[in-house]
Ligand binder design. Structure first.
Ligand SMILES: *Cc1c(COP(=O)(O)O)cnc(C)c1O
Length: 371
């Protein structure tokens, strides 16, 4: 019997569906030889600035570089401490480490994101900045994070890699702090055909520093103003991203529809904790970069799904950042560690059919003995 296969992400699908259009976009760039910092980069930066309502967007090579460039532009240095959740990609913490500053890991709350109470407790005289991470397509508890930051005079730099288009009280992820970085890694909401990212800010001086830093510290006349490096957004990727950004709202609506199917199909299964449904919370508009659940007997469920042709990974290779021995962080975060025994991501991307998601729902219900 043929078994349905539900891959976690479909890397080729979107290209195959729109191949003719996308080949035209690429052909136009290639035939003009427009490879580095050409019109497509500027166009995409302006388009994204319009979408987010920020005044400065700087295309960079990836989100990790974007975070590091922001921290360098803010002159973070050895001895400074930067607070961030441990349920994030290692990149968030690595960006801090690469500046010489020390990442300080904070516990997460029931929403899987930074816990403002624990954040406050970990502030010291060396604290300089907070990097809240809006995970899985939902804005974190930003009002509380900003209040803590104000009280202790800390900078807020957002890791918005997973939250393009998500809002809290009508305000978009990436617009709450002094600056934010977005990722356009292929599996992200807005995915390039390779690596790509952006820094966004409404601070003109900070924006200008990052703009020069991503291109060897050179200004628009090619004059070197300070030390920088090469972290430019590829012009070819920018062209692809512009094409995709135009249809982002369709992609987000599709993700919200699929999240609604999960929500409806699983809300009565007591063994799983679901993320908030798409219409559940008036303050949040979630874009469902991921559909991350908590599940009893997680490992057994994961194997059961795999047997049924369904890929359901645990985020970040299964561990919070502080738990990788090779990073020699040497702290314990009991709340985060115990959460990681229950976390699981269900497949959710715009190329899935309703039937795919219903099949995942049925399989989970079968595992827990529900009809
Ligand atoms: C993907 C991701 C990053 C890194 O993005 P890159 O563009 O691959 O550098 C950083 N933080 C989070 C939360 C991410 O999901």
């Amino acid at each position: 019997m043929h078994q349905r296969q539900v891959p976690f992400f479909d890397y080729a699908g979107l290209y195959l569906e729109h191949g003719d259009e996308i080949r035209q976009v690429i052909e136009s760039v290639l035939s003009r030889g427009a490879f580095i910092l050409q019109a497509e980069v500027t166009r995409f930066e302006e388009q994204l600035a319009g979408f987010l309502g920020v005044s400065h967007v700087i295309g960079v090579a990836n989100c990790t570089d974007g975070l590091e460039l922001i921290l360098r532009a803010l002159e973070l240095k050895a001895g400074d401490e930067v607070l961030l959740p441990s349920h994030t990609f290692v990149a968030t913490a690595a960006a801090v480490r690469m500046t010489g500053a020390a990442p300080v890991f904070v516990e997460v709350g029931p929403d899987h994101m930074i816990d403002p109470g624990d954040l406050e407790r970990r502030i010291t005289g060396r604290s300089r900045a907070i990097i809240p991470v809006s995970l899985n397509g939902r804005v974190c508890r930003m009002a509380e994070v900003l209040a803590v930051a104000r009280q202790s005079e800390l900078l807020v730099v957002e890791d918005a890699a997973q939250a393009l288009g998500a809002t809290l009280d009508g305000k978009k992820a990436g617009t709450f702090g002094v600056a934010a970085a977005f990722s356009f890694y292929p599996a992200k909401l807005l995915g390039a055909f390779g690596d790509a990212g952006a820094v966004v800010t409404s601070d003109p001086e900070l924006g200008e520093r990052v703009r020069l830093m991503r291109d060897h510290g050179r200004d628009a006349h090619g004059q070197v103003q300070f030390w920088g490096r090469n972290s430019r957004l590829d012009n070819l990727q920018a062209a692809v991203l512009s094409w995709k950004l135009e249809r982002l709202s369709v992609a987000i609506e599709r993700r919200r529809t699929l999240a609604g199917i999960y929500d409806e199909g699983l809300h009565d299964v007591a063994e799983v904790v679901l993320p908030p449904g798409p219409k559940e919370d008036e303050r949040h508009f979630d874009v469902y970069q991921n559909y991350e659940i908590e599940a009893e007997a997680r490992d057994e469920l994961q194997s059961f799904l795999k047997e049924a042709g369904i890929q359901a990974p645990v985020q970040w290779g299964g561990r919070p950042v502080h738990a990788w021995e090779g990073l020699e962080v040497g702290v314990r975060l009991p709340v985060t560690e115990s959460l990681f025994e229950r976390l699981l991501m269900l497949p959710l991307h715009e190329r899935l059919s309703d039937l795919d998601v219903e099949y995942v729902v049925e399989t989970i219900r079968r595992f827990y003995g529900r009809s």
